[in-house]
Design a protein around this ligand. Structure first.
Ligand SMILES: [Zn+2]
Length: 471
């Protein structure tokens, strides 16, 4: 079994694109030697900075980013946009998270990768379980990179349980436990009366399995969220209705767990490519979007004071998470920020809703005039990436091809997406032309794709129901 602490070859060798043509190889090799020849000009940078960090921000939307950036409220994201290439990342229909996060990770549409719903039936039973990573019919970028001897760290991706064997580490989304609250509501990690974490032991929460022991101390429960942390989201947490705080609290606890654990694991294991998924921007949008006067909603002054900024405050939290990661890496590390879909006010439904009519959104879940939208976000910075560069619209299936091309690996011809070469400087493309390979789906079937049960299934389904995602 590959070990997460596996020794890596020296950087010049490690950076060599395995399949790249000889010309690109020579350039890459020369470039990697330059600092040494120039007398270590990059002394400041950490010795082993990752090559690429990928942040998955669920429901991330320019509808929120643009006005907040204009108001100077998102310094990190603003700096990334100014230093990089950015644009709209179009998503597919139905606009649902596990399908689209899998399209982002594979470069193919749901019909091909096989994750087509939130849940799946175990054959021969009437049991529905949340979708599992083994149901995926094609390789994800972490499989492709692992095979190319690139090390990876994958944290909290959806779906990622059971954690797959990779050249590096995986912390599956279900490593953050889902429990039932006193009120019979599933909300996630919890502690018993003595303060001990309530957690069922089951396989696949991390790869390698023994990494779980390092991860567990990072688990934050809803009740662990401190008043000062809550004050990031709610201007006056002590006077806020606990029932209305609930959804922001549990998802903040989950995101903080993965963000903090991910950062610690990044520092400890230094993977070449690291990805972390954050869910809260989606969850708070579902629950607090309609309190935003900026979005044209009529809100009482009291409600606006308490809840009107929760969505925007959550984006500020995410901006801070990204800032903390950027502090740990040098300028030679590329950064990608993507969302699986956007979020928007459904203007046509809003008018009917305000007249008191019963409405049903496209996704069918909530009788409110706000929901997922097809326009997500894409931001990329790094050496060779064009600066202050508005991209044409791209698609969720373009993310993996773009990542592969940037890392000097071929894009597969059987992927639905293509590399977003408009993000790359001409000089970069000269030295790193995009190459292709017929397919990465070699080596026969991917193994048993039967959905698998976990002790958290009922809790996860109940949460999906509360968000209006399943019936
Ligand atoms: Zn989503």
């Amino acid at each position: 079994m590959p070990d997460v602490h596996r020794r890596r070859p020296p950087r010049a060798v490690r950076n060599r694109p395995t399949f790249a043509p000889i010309a690109a190889l020579t350039v890459a090799l020369l470039l990697s030697l330059l600092p040494a020849l120039a007398g270590c000009s990059n002394e400041e940078a950490p010795a082993e900075s990752p090559r690429l960090l990928l942040f998955g921000v669920d429901a991330g939307t320019w509808n929120i980013l643009t006005p907040m950036m204009q108001a100077g409220e998102l310094p990190t994201l603003t700096s990334l946009v100014n230093r990089g290439s950015y644009g709209i990342l179009k998503t597919g229909v139905p606009i649902q998270s596990p399908q689209m996060w899998t399209s982002i990770a594979t470069g193919v549409v749901p019909e091909k990768h096989g994750i087509t719903r939130f849940t799946a039936e175990i054959p021969g039973t009437d049991r529905e379980v949340p979708v599992t990573s083994n149901m995926r019919k094609v390789k994800a970028f972490w499989n492709i990179l692992s095979e190319a001897d690139v090390t990876v760290g994958i944290v909290g991706w959806w779906p990622s349980w059971p954690a797959e064997e990779v050249n590096g580490f995986v912390i599956a989304q279900r490593a953050w436990p889902v429990n039932w609250s006193r009120h019979g509501i599933p909300f996630g990690a919890a502690r018993d009366r003595s303060g001990r974490l309530m957690v069922e032991d089951f396989d696949g929460r991390t790869y390698p399995e023994e990494l779980y022991a390092d991860f567990e101390p990072f688990i934050v429960t809803e009740e662990d969220v401190t008043t000062s942390e809550l004050a990031l989201l709610f201007p006056d947490p002590s006077f806020t209705d606990p029932a209305k705080q609930f959804h922001a609290r549990w998802v903040f606890a989950k995101d903080k767990t993965f963000a903090d654990a991910g950062l610690a694991m990044l520092k400890r294991h230094k993977p070449d490519v690291f990805a972390v998924y954050l869910q809260g921007t989606d969850v708070v949008s579902h629950y607090y979007w309609g309190y935003q006067r900026q979005e044209g909603f009529t809100v009482s002054p009291a409600d606006e004071r308490l809840y009107g900024r929760v969505v925007r405050n959550y984006y500020r939290y995410v901006d801070g998470v990204i800032a903390a990661y950027l502090q740990e890496v040098g300028d030679e590390t590329a950064v990608m920020i993507v969302s699986d879909h956007g979020f928007e006010t459904k203007r046509d439904l809003k008018e009917r809703w305000e007249r008191g009519e019963k409405i049903r959104t496209v996704e069918g879940g909530k009788d409110v005039p706000w929901d997922h939208g097809v326009d997500g976000i894409f931001i990329m910075t790094g050496p060779g990436v064009r600066k202050d560069n508005r991209l044409p619209d791209t698609s969720v299936v373009d993310v993996t091809p773009t990542m592969l091309a940037y890392l000097g690996l071929p894009v597969a011809e059987d992927m639905d997406g293509t590399a977003t070469v408009e993000a790359f400087e001409a000089s970069f493309l000269d030295g790193n032309p995009v190459t292709t390979v017929a397919t990465y789906e070699t080596g026969g079937p991917q193994g048993d794709q039967t959905p698998m049960e976990s002790p958290m299934d009922e809790g996860i389904k109940e949460k999906l129901r509360a968000l209006g995602y399943i019936e």
